[in-house]
Write a protein that binds this ligand. Structure first.
Ligand SMILES: [Zn+2]
Length: 69
């Protein structure tokens, strides 16, 4: 296989019916939005040491919002 491994199972219900959507936050962080079609669990993952680390939604929203100063 090529490319980075990505989760293929929902951590909540174990379903393999996941929607994956690569995104880039405003600070340049590459994230993978994963939405479970079975239980609607949503996660934002970022690559970390060759694996995937879940980002808190608050962090994603902060970085995705362009703050006006
Ligand atoms: Zn699920």
């Amino acid at each position: 296989m090529t490319g980075e491994p990505s989760p293929d199972r929902c951590p909540t219900c174990g379903s393999a019916s996941l929607t994956r959507l690569p995104m880039v936050l405003t600070d340049g962080t590459d994230v993978l939005f994963v939405s479970c079609q079975a239980c609607e669990n949503r996660q934002w993952l970022t690559e970390h040491d060759g694996g995937w680390q879940a980002l808190p939604i608050d962090t994603v929203l902060q970085r995705a919002t362009r703050k006006t100063t």
